[in-house]
Design a protein. Sequence first.
Length: 256
Amino acid sequence: MIFKDQLGEEIELKSVPERIISLVPSQTELLYDLGVKPLAQTIFCIHPKSEFKTAQKIGGTKKLNISKIKSLQPDLIIGNKEENVREQIEELRSIAPVWMSDVNSVSGGVEMIRSVAQMVGKEAESKEMISRIESGINRLITEKPKTKSCIYLIWNQPMMAVGTETYINDVLRLGGFENRIQVSRYPEISDAEIAQLNPDEILLSTEPFPFKEEHVAEFQKRFLASKVRLIDAEIISWYGSRMKSLPDYLLEFRSL
């Protein structure tokens, strides 16, 4: 069968793939939750924790062990435009069919789940997951409170924020937050710029930079006019299985 990925590229699978390598943590977790155990995964694919220790590793998302991947003879590789390096992906295309996701919205995340499930022969298993996600999204829309403005930081020194054209930005919108950053992707930002934007809340993401409570205290001293909080990046930014938990988390988070 012919499948088109989220970059518009077509791949051909002659049968349901059995030797699947996943290059993205959120999509690795999705495979397990659909009942598919990947042949190998990255060192950052830490969920489910019960499988991580014994799972075969093929390097990091941006530093893949190409020779090891080749030796494993996969019949499908699943990656992501943002997480993986283009040059490495092009090299992998000579080894096996490579299906790439490009998730910039919640609806794009749902479509990724549907497409991956179809490729791996788990459409029935995905239906309950997608139904639960869509039901939760409808709850968010229905119960949406007064909007709060925010800045969502993903890195420190230099500070980097989440901008438009990102999955997280769309999640924030659904959660009742207006993102003050109105440039695309992940711009660097200064203290002066944050002060000028004057958000109601500054959200410190638990990854990729591991913001902790001590950072909350530090940032709160620097930005007295804004409320500073930690936010769970695995729920907010991991499109896939984590989207099942997203609506409940956002409903609780925005009520605090």
